[in-house]
Design a protein around this ligand. Structure first.
Ligand code: PGA
Length: 252
């Protein structure tokens, strides 16, 4: 059985003061949601403050990125050792990182291996652009991102990986994929790619989230699909009532 997971990707929003305010308001309602793993992924500068507020709750913390080296002269980077001190999860290969910061399937793979070596649970984002979608390349692109991004992963740790299927054209646009359409990509492309890497049993145990304009109104539709195990939520994760409602929808 795959336990549903709902993660909030705050992106580059919230100062420490704003983060404290948001989390304080969110914790009681979010904690009341049972049977769902709940994860907050604030910017690096907020992690310590949010970690302190989440202590003693069942809400987990995640980072939005990291470098693959454990330490060294890499000005401006944050290491897996540092992330692992505070977080259980780390988002890797988000489309904004691929688009604006030159991340590739190869760099995602190096980060994934480093995350696993530091006992972090990676949330690996995959998804096609609008052009790729319109050129009917979705299956090819997503299959490649899974295969190359997860290559070389030991079978014994593969179940710790979470995949987020995020069609790039659906992120931040208010135009979510249709739930059956997203489910088809997960069932027909992502799980088969996982099965090629790890075998069918492990492929069935790995959680696959949908992301891209998930809102209170459409969350249930996604969560009732056969192969979608939760959501990676951007904009709506910054609204207390909305994020709690989305987590509640995943519990049903
Ligand atoms: P969105 O972002 O929910 O604001 O579309 C999702 C994401 O980027 O993970």
């Amino acid at each position: 059985m795959r336990i549903p997971l709902v993660a909030g990707n705050w992106k580059m929003y919230k100062t420490v003061a704003e983060a404290r305010h948001l989390v304080s308001e969110m914790v009681p309602g979010l904690q009341a949601v049972k049977g769902v793993e709940k994860v907050l992924c604030p910017p690096f500068t907020d992690l310590m403050a949010v970690a302190a507020l989440l202590e003693g709750t069942d809400i987990e913390l995640g980072a939005q990125n990291m470098y693959w080296e454990s330490a060294g002269a890499f000005t401006g980077e944050v290491s897996p050792t540092m992330v692992a001190e505070l977080c259980k999860y780390v988002i890797l290969g988000h489309s904004e990182r691929r688009t604006y910061f030159g991340e590739s399937d190869a760099s995602v793979n190096r980060k994934l291996q480093a995350a696993i070596a530091h006992s972090l649970n990676p949330i690996v984002c995959v998804g096609e652009t609008l052009n790729e979608n319109e050129a009917n390349q979705t299956a090819e692109v997503v299959h490649r991102q899974v295969r190359l991004g997860l290559a070389g992963t030991d079978l014994s740790v593969a179940s710790a990986i979470v995949i987020a299927y995020e069609p790039v054209w659906a992120i931040g646009t208010g135009k979510a994929a249709t739930a059956p359409g997203a489910n088809a990509v997960v069932a027909d492309v992502i799980r088969p790619a996982l099965a090629e890497l790890f075998g069918t049993a492990i492929a069935q145990s790995i959680r696959v989230l949908y992301g891209g304009s998930v809102k209170v109104d459409n969350a249930v539709e996604f969560f009732t699909q056969s192969d979608i195990d939760g959501a990676l939520v951007g904009g709506a994760s910054l609204k207390v009532a909305d994020f709690i409602a989305i987590a509640q929808a995943a519990a049903k």
